[in-house]
Design a protein around this ligand. Structure first.
Ligand code: UD1
Length: 376
């Protein structure tokens, strides 16, 4: 069975790594890896391949940055060439980035089956580019691998057949648990920011890159102001995403000395910092889930989440981007810590194995149906 695995941007790499591991263990797949090149800086791409031991991609499409239309179009043109050459039986896309959307459209139009990992998540916020990517990808996918019950409910309410939806848990958590063992076993001197962590003792780990938080001057200035004030009581460690850095420069915004701005971090370096943080303050999708899995308090600077299980069962609290609300939520989270957090169902480190087993079964069934139809 020929499979093309697609990854393009930073959050994809954490999801594709465990799937590759599982495909290697459970044979029967002739898989190849396509890296679209949506993210390309060493810190945003190769450092993840190194940390997560992802093999060199078979195809690197080098699409780079651009407007949404430019980036999506470039991925489509390049990925179509790969599909025509490779003739895969199925492509597997993960998450909700522009590469996910572009590759699923290309494959579907060539009559190739599409498997979507992390399907069914909905923020119901159409101002979020990822929501459009999620909806369009799911509208044409054949196999849906969902991480939480809400994903299944959303897909059912959109008319998807129940047998095409597979609640398997979360490959991102597979990756986290796998890598956590390595990080815990490593000596603190092997981390570039091990000394900083030691010196600070108690700190907040911050990530922020959503266009809704960083692309508008007034919004970003309000957040920077709130974070500078928060850092007077608890220092903040902040690996800065390239989009955010660009906007901070453009708007001339200045951080207080208690906000320790770092370049984007590799997976191990980042995990080593956030796993022991007093609090994670973020607008990332993945960190909402990873903090829930490790029981680290999380305050999310968004009005909504497509991952509601992290608030219902996990450590996550949504706060939006109002400066006063952020300060209050941080104070509350540091003071009380959420008591009721527990691990969502099937977030047990074995999601990728389930996906691989199911994919093999459904594709085999599919092939049997086709040859039966041919014989008639
Ligand atoms: C993308 C994803 C988002 C994900 C995020 C994680 C979409 C629509 N968005 O957003 O869902 O949460 O990745 O990081 O797919 N840049 C660099 N180096 C790089 C990559 C980007 O400098 O390696 C700069 C470019 O100037 C680019 C900007 O960052 O214009 C934004 O990159 P882009 O891939 O367009 O979107 P992200 O904000 O990274």
């Amino acid at each position: 069975m020929r499979v093309l695995l697609v990854a393009g941007a930073r959050p994809n790499f954490m999801k594709i790594a465990p799937i590759i591991r599982a495909m290697n263990v459970h044979g029967g797949f002739d898989w190849k890896l396509v890296h679209t090149g949506q993210h390309y800086d060493y810190e945003m791409s190769q450092s993840f391949f190194d940390d997560l031991e992802i093999p060199k991609p078979d195809f690197f499409l080098e699409v780079g940055s651009g407007s949404h239309a430019e980036q999506t179009a470039k991925v489509m043109v390049e990925f179509e060439r790969v599909c025509l050459e490779e003739k895969p039986d199925v492509i597997l896309v993960v998450g909700d980035v522009n590469s996910t959307l572009a590759c699923s459209i290309v494959a579907k139009k060539l009559g190739i089956k599409v498997a979507h990992v992390e399907a069914g998540l909905r923020s119901f916020d159409m101002a979020m580019p990822e929501e459009i990517n999620r909806m369009v990808t799911d509208s044409i996918s054949d196999f849906f691998f969902v991480t939480e019950q809400s994903g299944k409910e959303n897909l059912l309410s959109e008319g998807k057949a129940e047998e095409s939806i597979h609640f398997v848990g979360h490959v991102m958590i597979d990756n986290l648990l796998h890598q956590l063992e390595k990080v815990n076993a490593a000596s603190s001197s092997s981390f570039e920011y091990g000394d900083l962590k030691h010196q600070l003792g108690e700190y907040i780990f911050l990530t922020m890159h959503r266009p809704s938080n960083v692309d508008d001057l007034e919004t970003l200035a309000g957040i920077v102001n709130a974070l500078n004030k928060i850092s007077e009581s608890v220092p903040i460690v902040f690996p800065v995403h390239p989009r955010t850095q660009k906007m901070l420069n453009a708007f001339n915004l200045v951080w207080s000395d208690n906000v320790h701005c770092l370049p984007p971090l590799g997976f191990h370096e980042s995990l080593n910092l956030w796993k022991d943080a007093a609090l994670v303050l973020t607008d990332s999708g993945g960190l909402q889930e990873e903090t829930t899995a490790l029981g680290v308090p999380c305050v999310t600077m968004r009005e909504n989440t497509e991952r509601p299980i992290t608030c219902e069962m996990g450590t996550n609290v949504l706060v939006g981007n109002d400066p006063e609300k952020i300060r209050k939520a941080v104070r509350d989270a540091l003071a009380h810590k959420k008591q009721t957090a527990s691990i969502p169902p099937l977030w047990d480190g074995h999601a990728a194995e389930r996906i691989v087993r199911i994919l093999r079964d459904v594709m085999t069934e599919d092939a049997a149906c086709l040859s039966e139809a041919d014989g008639e």
